[in-house]
Design a protein around this ligand. Structure first.
Ligand code: NDP
Length: 616
């Protein structure tokens, strides 16, 4: 044990000293990072496609055949998760009747359609995460809602706003091409559709494509295997509440201990004959404290309560001043630490060095509490030691559970620490090998996360051709170019949702809700002004990119000090954030002011258009 890092944490009081040795902790974090760094970065993963395509197959719906469509709609929304649903809803509220929703899945829900693994819950408080609660007339049953409740809520939103009407599911957009003559987009799909739409909104999500570790021999394994985002209940039995009766006589491997692993492991542990959890980097596992919604509290809610609560949560996480913390959970109490990754307002009364010193001290204190919790909950000292995370709080997505750590006290659960080997060494026909040790298993469940491309328009999986047939990839060859992250010059009437050049927050649904409202407001304004296109001027785009650079907070040093993970491109990314650094509250204020300013930067009226054409 490392004495410098295990002394009792004391409150953050610079006068009395931190009660531990920061230099020793820094050194320990550096050692832990170094032993995990791999030269191959993201190259270590394999796509769940081609030979591994079966890992991405939809287990929830059989394919439904249909004839290709060649019709025309006013607005086409690619993506039926919360981003797409919110956009559809807000467009409807703005009076746009002809809206087509499109998704590869068999229904609405996005992440919550695909991910149905046992134990799935939202780790953000449901009252601020689940959108449009007041509009739909619903109060979640739990403080942190189970996945199925959230999926049903997505369906309820779609029903409430009539979004099933023209929806197409099990359909992937394969090309967007601007048709200058018709002033509309031609949308091609993998179903042979050639649809036309005046506006296209792309909300295809960021963590959607399951990825697998490129473990040598992965293709040799002959047992049963699947990815958590395509849980195979046909094999395991049970449902998202557990009861995995199919596993009672099975030796099961779970690979990965991120947010998903934390939620699934307790259920597999309960039901499997034996569970091996293959861990590379331990997650932080903080207090969850889930509980049913108090009916008296629900009855006392006044109109406008959800917006107020969402704004309050976002403000706290963004470092804004608030009178009260309405959520009061471990997200809000660790808000200061989160700004290392998700930037926001900072205390300018302190000089930057002093601020960094206090930030780091607060980080060490929280991480010491999290490590002490492992000792409190895990009986075997060696297992407890292996479960302790040694890095700064926001190096990885924070985790929460009141059941995960306890699962390792069960006789039928073994933690296999792979850190010294950079992960699993190889797989054989019958099991998993770490170093020299082989673990024969009947089933391997990959909780290994998702590809982290921005949306398909950036990664190239959805090719886009704008004015004059220019590919978006060419226009963005030196980096994405947008105004406020939403739209680009040369690509009229095309909107993007996502964090890129826009805002970011852990409660990303809140960001999506603001984006959806903004897009609907712009489309409505275009209609009112008789504008033919929504398209930013090149000057507006240049100015926005310059602003992003000017206000960027450089967190490259922090990222470089982190253990590898998707937050820092597996140890390779050193770039400053691509979102608006002053944070979402400031960004939403900026957008509101811009809208009030008349939106001239993007509305191209017929007379402007003629003038531009005349000027060549
Ligand atoms: P993550 O990418 O967070 O975790 C993947 C896990 O697989 C890590 O523990 C990783 O280890 C491990 N791994 C990868 N390769 C290997 C290997 N070769 N050998 C051993 N282990 C390996 O994926 P998740 O699905 O857990 O979470 C993804 C994101 O989805 C979350 O960060 C969160 O944003 C979201 N999510 C949100 C939830 C919510 O409630 N809102 C719930 C679940 C997920 P290492 O860390 O060393 O790379």
């Amino acid at each position: 044990m490392d004495d410098a890092t295990t002394s009792t944490p004391s409150p953050l009081d610079p006068a009395s000293g931190p009660g531990f040795d920061p230099a020793a902790l820094r050194e320990r974090y550096r050692r832990e990072r170094d032993r995990r760094l791999r030269p191959d970065g993201n190259g270590q993963y394999r796509r769940a496609a081609g030979e591994f395509g079966y890992y991405a197959k939809d287990p929830h719906a059989a394919r439904v055949e249909r004839e290709p469509l060649t019709d025309r709609v006013e607005a086409l929304v690619v993506g039926g998760g919360f981003g797409g649903l919110l956009t559809g809803a807000r467009l409807r509220e703005a009076g746009v009747e002809s809206v087509r929703m499109m998704d590869e899945a068999g229904d609405f829900g996005g992440t919550w359609y695909w991910d149905r693994y046992p134990g799935i819950h939202c780790d953000i408080e449901s009252y601020v995460y689940m959108p449009l609660l007041e509009e739909v007339g619903y109060v979640p049953q739990w403080r942190y809602a189970p996945g199925e409740e959230i999926r049903r809520h997505a369906v309820a939103i779609a029903e409430h706003y009539g979004l099933y009407r023209d929806a197409v599911f099990q359909t992937r957009a394969t090309e967007l091409r601007w048709d200058e003559d018709g002033a509309e987009w031609i949308v091609r799909t993998d179903r042979g559709d050639v649809m036309r739409a005046r506006y296209v909104v792309v909300s295809s999500g960021t963590l959607t494509q399951p990825k697998l570790p490129g473990i040598p021999g992965i293709e040799d394994y002959r047992g049963h295997t699947f990815h958590t985002s395509r849980w195979d209940y046909g094999y395991t039995g049970g449902d998202a509440d557990g009861g995995l009766t199919g596993l009672v006589d099975k030796r099961v491997a779970v690979v990965g201990t991120g947010a998903t692993g934390l939620q699934a492991v307790p259920h597999v542990a309960r039901d499997a004959q034996h569970l091996y959890v293959f861990q590379r980097t331990p997650s932080t596992v903080d207090v969850r404290d889930n509980r049913p919604t108090d009916p008296e509290w629900a009855a006392s809610l006044e109109p406008g309560w959800q917006r107020e609560r969402m704004e309050n949560f976002l403000a706290i996480l963004s470092g804004e001043e608030v009178d009260e913390d309405l959520t009061q959970d471990r997200w809000t109490s660790t808000a200061r630490l989160q700004r290392k990754m998700i930037t926001g307002a900072v205390d300018t009364t302190l000089d930057p060095a002093e601020r960094e010193r206090l930030d780091e001290l607060a980080d060490f204190t929280t991480m010491n509490e999290i490590r002490a919790r492992v000792d409190d909950l895990v009986t075997d000292p060696a297992t407890a030691e292996a479960l302790k995370p040694w890095y700064r709080y926001m190096c990885k997505r924070p985790g929460f559970s009141d059941q995960y750590l306890q699962a390792f006290n069960r006789a039928n659960v073994t933690l296999v620490d792979t850190a010294d080997h950079g992960g699993i060494t190889r797989m054989t026909e019958t099991g998993v090998v770490v170093g020299e040790d082989e673990y024969p298993v009947d089933c391997i469940i990959f909780a290994t996360g998702f590809e982290t491309g921005v949306s398909g328009v950036v990664s190239g999986t959805l090719p886009v051709y704008g004015r004059g047939g220019t590919p978006l990839g060419e226009a963005w060859a030196r980096g994405p170019r947008t105004l406020h992250g939403f739209y680009s010059h040369g690509f009229p009437n095309l909107f993007h949702l996502g964090a890129m050049q826009n805002a970011n927050s852990v409660n990303f649904v809140h960001i999506l809700q603001e984006q959806a409202g903004h897009i609907a407001a712009v489309v409505a304004a275009a209609g009112k002004a008789g504008a033919r296109y929504v398209e930013p001027t090149r000057e507006a785009e240049d100015a926005w990119i310059a602003t992003l650079r000017e206000v960027a907070v450089d967190n490259s040093e922090f990222l470089a000090g982190c253990t590898p993970g998707y937050y820092n491109g597996e140890g390779k990314r050193r770039a400053a954030p691509t979102s608006y650094s002053p944070g979402p509250v400031a960004f939403h204020r900026l957008l509101a002011e811009w809208r009030e300013g008349g939106m001239d930067d993007v509305l191209v009226a017929p007379d402007t258009e003629q003038r531009e054409l005349a000027e060549g």
